[in-house]
Design a protein. Structure first.
Length: 139
């Protein structure tokens, strides 16, 4: 990987891992809505680690849009990446706003299965980002 900013990469990927660890703690303690939000955030940070490592700036929070931008930059992705991103992006706004649903509060709409899936998908995104950089270092 030519001209890849490893310092910026490390800064963002460390935050991605830290946020995923927090999402896992929330899941295990029953705070499923926050676990889902943090899972989305961790995947976002991992994809932004690639973007920022490549010396680019990107605005926005959609993992799907980050994925699409990285694909245009020439990154190759697993076939399941769009699915992971779409699922994770669904957890960006609703867990945080009491009026995200027509009645009740967001935490009432999340369960362990949903949180487990979000954590798993985020882990897959982070692992992919880490493998891209590890593979590039060996080339």
């Amino acid at each position: 990987m030519e001209l890849f900013d490893m310092d910026e990469w490390i800064r963002w990927i460390k935050q991605a891992r830290h946020t995923l660890t927090s999402a896992e703690r929330d899941m295990f303690s029953g705070d499923y809505a926050w676990s889902c939000f943090k899972s989305q955030q961790s995947a976002e940070f991992a994809l932004k680690a690639l973007v920022r490592g490549a010396g680019r700036f990107v605005a926005g929070h959609s993992t799907l849009k980050l994925f699409e931008g990285l694909k245009e930059m020439g990154f190759e992705f697993p076939e399941q990446m769009p699915k992971w991103c779409r699922e994770l992006d669904r957890h960006y706004i609703p867990p945080r706003y009491p009026d995200a649903y027509p009645a009740g509060s967001p935490f009432e709409y999340y369960d362990r299965d949903t949180a487990e899936q979000a954590v798993l998908f985020a882990e897959q995104v982070i692992r992919f980002a880490e493998e891209v950089v590890a593979d590039a270092k060996t080339d």
